[in-house]
Design a protein around this ligand. Sequence first.
Ligand SMILES: [Fe+2]
Ligand SMILES: [Fe+2]
Length: 319
Amino acid sequence: MTLDNAATSALLHDLEPVVEANLNRHLATAKEWFPHEYVPWSRGRDFDGVLGGQSWEPGQSALSEVARTSLIVNLLTEDNLPSYHHEIAAMFGRDGAWGTWIHRWTAEEGRHGTAIRDYLLTTRAVDPVALERARMTHMSTGFTSAYDGSVLHSIAYVSFQELATRVAHRNTGRSSGDPLCEQLLARIALDENLHMIFYRALLGAAFELAPDPTMRAVYDVVRTFQMPGHGIENFGRKSVQIAMAGIYDLRIHHDEVVGPVLRNLNVFDRGGLSGDGERAREELAAFLADLDRSASRFTQRREAARSRVGHPTKAVGAH
Ligand SMILES: [Fe+2]
Ligand SMILES: [Fe+2]
């Protein structure tokens, strides 16, 4: 069930006061910060090439392989901002409070890529040539909303996506072992949290205005959710590495991303649903139970793999 054009225009119009109120709350809450303050510039030096400096080698940084992978995924995800801006500006419009929010959100997101790239290059954490090539490839692919221009699906998607991004940044920072990296990613995660709060408030208002289609949209989005960076080259392999390290896995997705948003919106106890909305809620409950089981299976498999690594004799015996 998606809204037709007239219903979509009416919904955008009805949501505008909510956008305005939450934009004002956001502006009063968000603290100004400066990416340059988080980057250890004194550790930087010229690279080879035009300036004839030192070429990059993996040993120049103590970061683990998986921390590097996760930082690259997070950065490439942020890099695709022009496509995200295009998608949401085309859907929500750039007039009035919607437009003010979209431009403000874009400006805040723009800091994230700048700050992470400056950190990675200054500390020589990743191969700068491979990083630039990956950025070109990724941005050349762009990003298209999976929900065919549906405003409700998009509001639902960004509510989960901003929280997922928050958790991914925070856990990447923690896993890095570098307090400066952790400090930077914690600061970015704070921004993502405020973005989630903004979009979640809109989703709550949508539940009031159009309960059944909103419930259907939430179910569709939870069922098909993919991280915004899913178009990154070798994303599947990278996300397995990230999940194996416990930075972002199904358990985290279920417990720390999907669950909290649904609970905050009182999705399983709210009234006002009928017909298709009720059906979508039942399907959502069944899907979540499934997701929970898959998350437990993954965690068990990971623990088994870890204990094999921790006990080499067993690992040999397993062959
Ligand atoms: Fe971001
Ligand atoms: Fe964000």
